[in-house]
Design a protein around this ligand. Sequence first.
Ligand SMILES: Cc1cc2nc3c(=O)[nH]c(=O)nc-3n(C[C@H](O)[C@H](O)[C@H](O)COP(=O)(O)OP(=O)(O)OC[C@H]3O[C@@H](n4cnc5c(N)ncnc54)[C@H](O)[C@@H]3O)c2cc1C
Length: 469
Amino acid sequence: MVKKKLVLKNGSKIAIIGGGPAGTFFAHFASRYAKEIGINVSINIYEKKNFCVVGPGGCNMCAGVISENLFNKLEDEHIHITHVCVQRKIEAYSFVTPDNCVSLRHPVKGHIPNIITVFRGNGPLSSSHEENISFDNFLLDHVKIQGVSVIPEIIKELKLSPKQGGPVTIVYGQGASRKECEVDLAVGAFGVNTGMMEKFGKLGFGYKPPKTVRTCQCEILLNNDHIERVFGNRVFVFALGNKDIKFASITPKVGYITVNLVGKTDLTRNNLIAFLNHQAVRRLMPKDWEIPKSFCTCISKIPVTYAKHPFADRVVVLGDASISRTYKSGIEAAFNMAKLSAHTAFKQGISERAFMNGYFKPAKRLLARDNLYGIVMLKINDYISSKKWITNSQIAMIRSGRDLKTAKQINEILWNLLTGNVPYKEIFYKAINPRLLLRTFLVTGVAWTRQIRETLYACFSRNRYGNKR
Ligand SMILES: Cc1cc2nc3c(=O)[nH]c(=O)nc-3n(C[C@H](O)[C@H](O)[C@H](O)COP(=O)(O)OP(=O)(O)OC[C@H]3O[C@@H](n4cnc5c(N)ncnc54)[C@H](O)[C@@H]3O)c2cc1C
């Protein structure tokens, strides 16, 4: 018997589970490719959150930095982020250590990067503004104009057909209600903060969710003049030598700063409080500032590995729930994966094999392998950040202006590492440049000798005065 080819055709129904970036970008590309191949399909996004409400309930919890690459890709797709959503334009990053702070700029002199900050939801709990400022809501509005329907319901279950290649069924509804709908393609864009991952894992087609860690974040209300003066158009990234913290940043918004902590393992509110109390953070706050009694805070997960087998006949999983970029530019990764999977669905078909060859294999080549380089780079960064004397010696070198070439090389590596602007592999090869290694080795060697000398001197003084006493 000849196996029927699984393809989308006139009248096909697509259900997208989740209206975050992965879901809306998939809908955007699906509308485009349907037009390109001349078929009419119905595209429904099922989203359980209401991005019009303020606070965590209407928010997809993230720092809200839109990378330059993503900004440019959105422009190319005629997705022009409305000015209401833009909180700040970012021109530089500040790298903060316990004793120092160095400003990092785009490696191309004079280039003002297209990096912006947004709120994913409609602002923090205490915010009051008239228009909806949510980036995710903006994306949903964008796809609605393209004819996509957004259904404010929760998907409870997905049922695979007992017949090979048969249509899949989604079960959805609020509260106890259970409505069913047969669809030709189900797109899992549900992120990692949902029980859907486990439900998909139990469907038996081989999907295994990515491993995750709990991150911690909050929005702190500050006087806007203070934000303007101290933070300006800079994202602050902290290397405070804390072994539990992998990445700590403060992102300026209008009237608020967003504090983000990503740990090696799950973080709690206590890590947040300890971070806010650190002298390097306090130095950036207004005089006599105290941690507010209540502020908008959330614990959200971030994927640290990628999913296994995120596809089956008529099913594809993308975004954080599938494969993303480790610790960086998750929204851009969602964009790239949405494009790849929608292209596969419309141009190659919706069978398991089509998704494996057209989507997942290229996705792994693009992201999974690059993430390995990222892990190595981040480990080196962790090591350097945990040794105060190395960090200080590198910063002193950048600042001194004595060796401009090395300073530029370090600026470029850190800039790319913090902004996620280029693949990790590229950063890795820049970092193992022999000239740079030799220079940093020399500077680190001098700092190390000084460190040993100081330690010996301290021991010697202790013994001498100790003996006298
Ligand atoms: C602390 C932190 C900071 C980050 N900062 C940045 C940053 O600055 N820049 C950046 O690019 N990325 C950042 N990221 C990563 C970024 O948030 C994610 O990569 C991105 O949101 C993934 O998009 P997604 O659509 O896959 O998932 P999500 O954004 O999580 O969207 C999933 C959607 O599915 C919905 N959903 C889930 N289950 C159901 C269901 N059963 N029925 C209906 N709807 C459902 C959810 O409500 C949600 O809206 C950060 C992440 C974290 C944790």
